[in-house]
Design a protein around this ligand. Structure first.
Ligand SMILES: Cc1cc2nc3c(=O)[nH]c(=O)nc-3n(C[C@H](O)[C@H](O)[C@H](O)COP(=O)(O)O)c2cc1C
Length: 347
C-alpha cells in the first residue's frame, strides 16, 4: 500500500510527469486499462500557472475521471510558489509535485529543475513555503545529482523530508546521464534507507520483468512509469496484476484501436494543439511495431491532423489488419477536424 500523507493510492504505480505527453488524452488512455494509482500533469510553469485558464490550456484540460491527479510545478523562485498553490487549490489538485530533476539546459539556465539540487538553501525555502501554503500531499521528483556521491544526496533528501515533504520520486540517473544509460536502481534503496517518507523509483521500466527487477534492487514503495506509458498504456495494469496482486481486468489489446482512442482524446484540445501531441505520442507508440519507424515518420511529416490519421490508418491496414477491426475510422477523422472540445471538465 502506498500512502502519501493522507492519500492511499489504489496501486503503488504512478504516471510520470512528461512535457508534451502526460496530458488528458494519455491519462485517459492509461485509466482505461486500470492499474495506475496516481496520474500526473506535464511540468507546469509556476510563474505562468495563476494566469492560465484551466478549461482551455492544453496543459490543464482534464476530464472528471482523471483522478487522483498530481500537478507538477516547475519553480525557479520561491516567490512563485504561493500564487501557484492558490491556483492548484482552485483546480482541485490532489497532489502538488515539485520538479527538481529536469536536466534540460533551458530550464537549468532559468534556475529550475535539476539546477536546484545544487542550491539546497533555495530548495529549503521553496519546500518550507509550499508546506505552509497547502495541506495537500507535497511531493518532489529528483535525479541522483551530479555524481554518485552519498553524503550530498543524503543531506538533500533528508532536508526535503525535514521541511515536510510527503513523498520523493527518484529518477535513478545522474543529471548528465542520457536515457540510454542503465538506471542506478540500487541507489533508490540508499535513499529509501535514509528516509521515513515513501520513496518511488523511476527510470527504465518497460515491462513487468523490469518492474520486478527494479523493485528487488530498490525496495521502493512504488514505481513511476514514464515513456512506457505512451508505448504500452496497459503496462500499469499488467504490473498491478502480476506484481502487486491487484485485481485489474484483462483487455485484449488492439493497437490501432488504442491509437484511435488516443486521437479522440486530442479533441479536448484546441485544433492547433492536437497535431504536435499526436506526433509526440506516436514517437513512443510506434515502438510497438517492428517497422514502427514508418508510422512515426509518416505522422511526423504530416502537416494536418487528418493527414496524420490517414497515414496511420494506411500503416495499420498494411501491418496490423486484424487490429483495425472495430476501429471507427470515419468517427475519428470527423472528430479530429472538429473545432469543439468534448468532455472537458467545465466550471
Ligand atoms: C518527453 C519527456 C518529457 C519529460 N518531461 C518531464 C517533466 O515535465 N517533468 C519531469 O519531472 N520529468 C520529465 N521527464 C522525465 C520523466 O518523468 C522520467 O523521469 C523519465 O522519462 C525516466 O522514466 P522512464 O524511463 O520511465 O521514461 C520527461 C521525459 C520525457 C521522455
Amino acid at each position: 500500500m502506498l500512502k502519501i500523507k493522507d492519500k492511499i493510492l489504489a496501486a503503488p504505480l504512478l504516471l510520470a510527469p512528461m512535457a508534451g505527453l502526460t496530458h488528458s488524452a494519455l491519462r485517459t488512455l492509461v485509466l482505461s486499462f486500470g492499474g495506475a494509482g496516481l496520474l500526473s500533469t506535464e511540468m507546469l510553469s509556476a510563474r505562468r500557472l495563476p494566469k492560465e485558464n484551466q478549461y482551455v490550456s492544453p496543459y490543464l484540460v482534464r476530464t472528471k475521471e482523471e483522478f487522483p491527479l498530481s500537478y507538477q510545478l516547475l519553480i525557479t523562485d520561491v516567490q512563485e510558489i504561493g500564487p501557484a498553490i492558490v491556483a492548484l487549490h482552485r483546480m482541485a489538485a490532489d497532489v502538488v509535485d515539485l520538479n527538481f530533476g529536469c536536466p534540460a539546459p533551458r530550464i537549468r539556465k532559468a534556475g529550475g529543475g535539476s539546477s536546484l539540487m545544487s542550491d539546497p538553501l533555495r530548495v529549503r525555502g521553496i519546500i518550507r513555503t509550499a508546506r505552509r501554503r497547502t495541506n495537500l500531499p507535497l511531493t518532489a521528483k529528483i535525479r541522483l545529482g551530479e555524481r554518485l556521491e552519498q553524503s550530498s544526496l543524503r543531506d538533500f533528501c533528508t532536508m526535503l523530508q525535514d521541511e515536510g515533504l510527503d513523498m520523493l520520486t527518484v529518477h535513478a540517473r545522474l543529471r548528465g546521464e542520457s536515457f540510454a544509460r542503465k538506471p542506478h536502481w540500487e541507489w533508490v534503496e540508499k535513499v529509501k534507507n535514509w528516509l521515513d517518507i515513501p520513496v518511488v523509483a523511476n527510470g527504465g521500466i518497460f515491462s513487468v520483468k523490469d518492474a520486478a527487477r527494479c523493485l528487488s534492487l530498490s525496495n521502493a514503495d512504488g514505481l513511476m512509469l514514464g515513456r512506457a506509458a505512451a508505448q504500452k498504456p496497459w503496462l500499469f495494469a499488467a504490473i498491478a496484476r502480476e506484481i502487486y496482486g491487484i485485481s485489474v481486468p484483462e483487455w485484449k489489446i488492439s493497437l490501432p484501436r488504442l491509437y484511435g482512442e488516443f486521437a479522440l482524446g486530442l479533441t479536448r484540445f484546441r485544433p492547433e494543439r492536437r497535431l504536435g501531441r499526436l506526433k509526440e505520442f506516436t514517437h513512443y507508440f510506434s515502438l510497438n511495431y517492428a517497422f514502427g519507424h514508418h508510422l512515426a515518420m509518416a505522422v511526423q511529416k504530416s502537416t494536418t491532423l487528418t493527414q496524420a490519421w490517414r497515414q496511420a490508418v494506411c500503416f495499420f491496414e498494411r501491418t496490423d489488419p486484424e487490429g483495425m477491426i472495430g476501429v471507427a475510422d470515419e468517427e475519428v477523422s470527423t472528430a479530429l477536424s472538429s473545432p469543439y472540445i468534448s468532455d472537458v471538465m467545465r466550471p
